[in-house]
Design a protein around this ligand. Sequence first.
Ligand code: UDP
Ligand code: MG
Length: 346
Amino acid sequence: MTLGSDVSRLTTTAASAAAKGLSIVVPVYNEAAGLAMLHERLTGLADTLMTRYGLATEVVYIDDGSADNTLAIARTLKADGLDVQVVSLSRNFGKEAALMAGLDHARRGAVLFMDGDGQHPPDMIEKLVSHWIDDGYDVVYTAKAHRDNESATRRFAVRSFYALINWGARQKIPEDAGDFRLLSPRAATALRQLPERNRFFKGLSNWIGFRQIRVDYEPAPRAHGVTTFSPGRLIGLSIEGLTSFSVAPLRFASLLGILLALSAFIFGLTILWEVWTTGKQVPGYPSLMIGLMTIGGVQLIMIGIVGEYIGKILSELKARPIYFVAEHTEKRADGEAAASERTAAE
Ligand code: UDP
Ligand code: MG
């Protein structure tokens, strides 16, 4: 038995890499307004990829429990030069779960993830593919070129988040990196093998290693609708990401404990010294109260942090499926195999 995993047979030499093709995974949640348009652009792109690299393409739409008619529209999309899979989840499980469902259903070799709201420009895909096939990179990730249009508070929050998650980490998660990325066949295989249920996709696809390259891009404005990630939800996601990926908050807790204990010790010494040299009683009530409140507050925060991790352990232990598929349709590019439908939960 080996405790590691060998994915080297899935090499990325240009010829063998392209042979298995590319799966494009698109999580969609209430994206009815822009879906047909996006599909049209992807169809055009599939054509280009086929002529330039001989690369067969499939697109996997993951309907993450949309409340509008996203699913109905997705069902009607044509497999015109590319295979189309539509996987509909039984409810809204969140983007991370939708990405995982896409990774599980992707049938081709390499996997590319992109948003369904038009913010990730399909024109860039060719460049990502070129880094993979021509230059031999395994993980081609995109990052926002700048955050000029975001508020100072948000930029500060993002910076602090990455400072904390990367604290003491051997493999640093690049700041600003997004979910728009391409994984070579061996990188995708590696990512599938990670067993955790609480997934922080950006972190994991960085953690697996291999040859990685960053590509800067200018995110387009949302084609329609509004973002589903409110500040509150983003804070929740950050806590999720931190606690499922790193033990930095626990280390931070210990460090704070040591600092507090140390300052209390020094404070105690100064009081002793004062009594000793002046013989006066030091008035104790205010300092006592402050000490009590500090210790009390810090302890509650630390218990909260530990609690987050216990929650993670509990959910890993329950080992529930990350998502349920309610409906799965697929259309082959050649049009021969009619849509096969499965309605049972997978
Ligand atoms: N999304 C999803 N499930 C959700 C929320 C979002 O599948 O619960 C999808 C959404 O349809 C879009 C992508 O994830 O394709 C990014 O979402 P959004 O544009 O709201 O986030 P932002 O671009 O603001 O990060
Ligand atoms: Mg978006």
